[in-house]
Design a binder for this molecule. Structure first.
Ligand code: GAL
Length: 460
């Protein structure tokens, strides 16, 4: 636990645009991803109105008397993620029967479409009651720095959450001593999912642990006529998701941190190795990847059309929703070359500064942060609880392994899922990799990434 904390703090210290750097310096490291100021919004966040602000703590009215409408915004519409959200809403509705919940989910994995809709609402002064947002840069640089969130520090204290959540997660939702969101879960980003029957048939006896073994497994599988690796590039981000895994595989975690801190150029040989490895893997992917979303590519593995895919454990949520049995019909291991490393993807919920009914929002946040909420939500979502005191018995074998790894591995924040770096750069990375998919030009892509890092202020 201690080693993990040290590693995390080392990471945070190195991230120029990361959360800790922002905490240490009063000025944000780069321009906020939401450039348009909203009149009055930052005042409201700094000195919140009595109803909507920091000091209100828990909802003032007793649970059964709270009424009104609460809009919950997310992108959880696919199998597993939608089921998890439904569970959270169910727990909330049992506690607050007079509140009408509006599920305003917008389809598109990783927020492909939802983020633009949310931006329009937030900048237009019409925020939802609460919304799904990744801890780290996405929450802090996009929303908190723009003055569009109200702190929930007192709610954290009242609910005893500071001791229930790992310090690393609390850091990811904090700025300047205030806390802005409550984590609902932890997903692991570097996971290789595989169909056991397909592996057996191809004679892949051991799960690949490094790049060479991975290619050797791909060759064996290809010889049986099955697609070795399922990919979904329709919404771009799964390629970045795979690529960030390859950055660690090629250069390790210190290199990864330094890259996103702007201390190593994107033209570095290790970035090029990661791109070469990506190009090598692209020889083994499904031809229809440009038409598929993440859940469809995950489905190809389940159907035996493909052997493996690299995806966060929301894929397990999807498989659970299909009734596919973890540990029996399929299993998972760290993406080859990333053993001992844990890519953190944490979904969180906060209180918009202009939330229409802050009492209802805080009531929902209480459910999100509770043992009951996390116990009902996470097994369906595929994630592990963000709290450390949720009983393990409700979780499958893979989730239990993930809990153990989270406690001992070196943690790194995901860039593809908004924690490591500002959104403007994530968008540019997605575009550069999209071009790479067809052209496979390593040098040009490395230069394009370096240019994007400079344009967006990641490299000063
Ligand atoms: C991630 C998110 C997960 C899951 C996934 C696919 O960004 O953190 O909760 O929803 O996208 O949609």
């Amino acid at each position: 636990m201690k080693a993990k904390r040290v590693a995390w703090m080392a990471l945070a210290a190195l991230m120029v645009v990361g959360l800790i750097a922002c905490q240490q310096s009063k000025a944000p490291a780069g321009p906020p991803a939401v450039p348009t100021p909203v009149p009055g919004a930052s005042d409201e966040a700094k000195a919140p109105a009595p109803q909507g602000g920091d000091n209100a703590g828990a909802p003032s009215a007793p649970a059964e008397s709270l009424e009104g409408e609460l809009t919950i915004f997310s992108w959880w519409t696919a199998g597993g993620e939608a089921d998890g959200l439904a569970e959270l809403i169910k727990v909330f509705e049992q506690k607050y029967p007079k509140v009408k919940v509006v599920n305003a989910a917008v389809a598109g994995g990783a927020g492909t479409n939802a983020k633009a809709v949310l931006k329009t609402r937030m900048l237009g002064g019409d925020p939802p009651g609460t919304f799904q947002v990744h801890g780290g840069s996405e929450l802090i640089e996009t929303w908190v720095d723009a003055g569009l969130m109200a702190p929930i520090t007192n709610l954290f204290a009242l609910e005893g959450w500071k001791s229930a959540f790992p310090e690393q997660l609390v850091d990811m939702v904090s700025k300047d001593g205030e806390i802005y969101a409550v984590p609902s879960n932890v997903h692991r980003g570097n996971m290789l999912w595989y169909n056991k029957a397909v592996f057996d048939k191809a004679g892949v006896a051991a799960v690949p642990t490094n790049f060479d073994e991975w290619i050797a497994a791909c060759e064996k599988i290809k010889a049986t006529g099955v697609t070795p690796l399922a990919l979904a590039s329709r919404n771009k981000w799964p390629v970045l998701h795979l690529f960030e895994n390859l950055l660690v595989e090629a250069g390790g975690t210190d290199f990864y941190r330094e890259l996103f801190a702007g201390k190593v150029p994107w033209t570095d040989a290790r970035v090029k190795t990661a791109l070469e490895h990506l190009a090598a893997l692209l020889k083994y992917v499904n031809k229809d990847h440009a038409a598929l979303t993440w859940d469809q590519a995950s489905g190809q593995v389940q159907q035996g059309k493909a052997a493996m895919n690299v995806m966060g454990d929301w894929a397990k949520g999807y498989y659970t929703a299909q009734g596919w049995k973890p540990g029996e019909e399929y299993d998972a291991a760290p993406t080859p070359g990333t053993g001992g490393v844990f890519f953190v993807v944490t979904d969180t919920f906060g209180l918009p500064a202009k939330a229409p009914n802050p009492d209802l929002t805080r009531a929902f946040l209480k459910v999100v942060g509770s043992v009951e909420g996390q116990l009902n939500f996470n097994p369906k979502k595929g994630s592990i609880p963000a709290r450390t005191d949720v009983p393990r018995g409700a979780f499958d074998v893979i989730a239990q392994r993930t809990m153990d790894d989270f406690a001992k591995d070196t943690l790194v924040p995901s860039a593809a899922h908004g924690s490591a770096v500002k959104e403007a750069f994530v968008v540019e990375m997605n575009d550069a990799l999209s071009v790479f998919l067809s052209r496979k030009n390593v040098d040009k892509t490395a230069s394009a990434l370096q240019q994007a890092a400079s344009d967006t202020g990641v490299v000063q």
